[in-house]
Design a protein around this ligand. Structure first.
Ligand code: ADP
Length: 465
């Protein structure tokens, strides 16, 4: 279906954009995490080397007497120390033995150079193939012939009497460090596609969730358009049918012509009313009603009950007004709209109440609100219908308004007017017993009711015929 295709396409593109953005964010985050871990490890490594080198350096300097000469005590400090000329570097016995038992690592090495930078002795796990040239840079990272990388620190060595003895280097292989970083890298690299699959799924779900209200309002607009077209078509078709049947007559007398015109006029009035209602709803949707004018609800309900008295009389029922407040209740808003709101409810009540019934309009104050109740003893509304009756074009099944010319917009307009006036419209009803529609509107100035109990200050009653 085209509609769901559009919905799915939009959902997919939303999900893709979201997943793309999340992918970039996650990649950057992964890269940042990797860099932070690498940096933290590097710092720890430097500190470790620095501390080992510092400790050894201080211990050695205390023992050294002659420049370039290794005192026997140095062999005690570094038990596997080996002079370069003895070619002990490759001796198997030296492998695996580590001098720095204090740090429990077997990947450290120590190198001692004389003042002219010649390698004199080595200790620890000596990296074979590492250049023996001395470089006096404090920190160095170098690789051997096999491509193994080492990190080392070089320090000056002095004799006990502060003469330069030579140089001293402590270094370590970066193999375990690199292995660790590789593991982190692989975890992040493998984790990214897995996270992307999860993000993709979550994006699809979230995009669906975000599309729900749009889809709902899209469906509502679609339904509204179909309903509006249907409602417009009915009077148009009726007018057309009337004109066509009149044209089929060979002759038409005055009376028949008048009948045709009356039918067309009635259908046109219905059409005009429908279009006016649609425009009113569209206007209220588009822009808020300016709430500048004060409107006295006492006058409004009195006028309306008077105006609709004839309708009630025609329907053979009683229309009563109870104003239960002594002070005029003022609200801010559009007087025409407020008239429309109350009219719709009273007319509905009259139309839904069988002969001999009663419709009562009550005006009272409740806290900071004016309350208008329209009660009827009519047919009532089933609980399942009570929310839906406020939907545009919704009519209760078997309702008389189809025959009475209602379009199902009356309550939708009433609700829109109440809401635009920062008020509310609710219904209480029992099938077969009657309904009460309650309008609540905020008062222009919240005046306290003068009397605490309910006052019946006026009643206009239209007696049934
Ligand atoms: P319409 O403009 O066709 O009257 P409304 O939006 O005013 O439509 O009303 C929606 C539905 O609610 C109608 O089917 C109507 O029968 C029902 N309804 C409204 N007021 C009452 C009432 N007081 N008692 C029973 N049914 C009512």
């Amino acid at each position: 279906m085209r509609r769901s295709k559009l919905f799915n396409q939009t959902r997919a593109s939303l999900a893709l954009s979201y997943a793309g953005v999340m992918g970039v964010i996650l990649s950057l985050l992964g890269f940042g995490v990797y860099e932070a871990i690498a940096h933290a490890h590097w710092m720890t490594l430097d500190r470790e080397l620095e501390s080992v080198a510092g400790t050894l350096h201080d211990s050695l300097e205390l023992k050294l007497k002659q420049p370039g000469n290794l005192e026997p005590i140095v062999y005690e400090l570094l038990p596997n120390l080996c002079l370069v000329e003895t070619n002990c570097v490759r001796a198997e016995t030296n492998r695996g033995r580590h001098v720095l038992s204090a740090i429990k690592q077997d990947n450290y090495y120590i190198r001692l150079f004389d003042t002219s930078g010649h390698l004199i002795a080595i200790a620890g796990t000596y990296p074979e193939g590492l250049s023996e040239d001395f470089d006096d840079k404090l920190w160095q990272t170098l690789s051997d012939r096999q491509g193994n990388v080492y990190h080392q620190i070089s320090l000056d060595l002095h004799t006990q009497d502060k003469q330069p003895w030579g140089y001293f280097q402590v270094g370590r292989s970066l193999k375990d460090f690199e292995n660790y970083l590789n593991r982190v890298k692989y975890t992040l690299v493998l984790g990214l596609p897995i996270s992307m699959i999860l993000v993709g799924g979550a994006s699809w779900w979230l995009a669906g969730l975000a599309m729900q209200p749009i889809y709902k309002s899209y469906k509502q607009i679609e339904q509204f358009t179909a309903d509006a077209a249907h409602e417009l078509r009915t009077p148009l078709a009726a007018s057309l049918a009337t004109v066509e049947s009149a044209l089929l007559l060979s002759e038409i007398n005055d009376r028949e012509a008048r009948d045709v015109l009356t039918t067309i006029e009635r259908q046109h009035r219905r059409l005009t009313q429908l279009v006016a209602d649609l425009l009113l709803l569209a206007r209220m949707d588009r822009q808020p009603t300016p709430l500048h004018h004060q409107c006295c609800l006492n006058d409004l309900v009195s006028d309306l009950v008077e105006e609709l008295a004839a309708l009630a009389i025609a329907a053979k029922l009683m229309l009563a007004l109870e104003i239960r407040t002594k002070i005029p209740l003022q609200v801010l808003g559009d007087e025409d709209q407020l008239y429309r709101l109350v009219t719709n409810l009273i007319v509905n009540a009259i139309q839904s109440t069988p002969a001999n019934g009663k419709v009562t309009v009550i005006l009272e104050q409740s806290d900071r609100h004016a309350v208008i109740e329209i009660r009827d003893t009519g047919i009532g509304i089933a609980a399942s219908e009570q929310q839906r009756i406020f939907d545009r074009f919704y009519r209760v099944e078997g309702d008389r308004s189809r025959t009475s010319g209602g379009s199902g917009l009356g309550l939708a307009i009433a609700m829109a007017i109440a809401r635009t006036h920062h008020g509310n419209l609710t219904v209480q009803s029992e099938l077969g017993k009657g309904s009460t529609f309650i309008i609540q509107l905020p008062l222009a100035f919240a005046s306290k009711p003068k009397v605490k109990y309910r006052q019946y200050s006026g009643e206009t009653t239209t007696k049934m015929k």
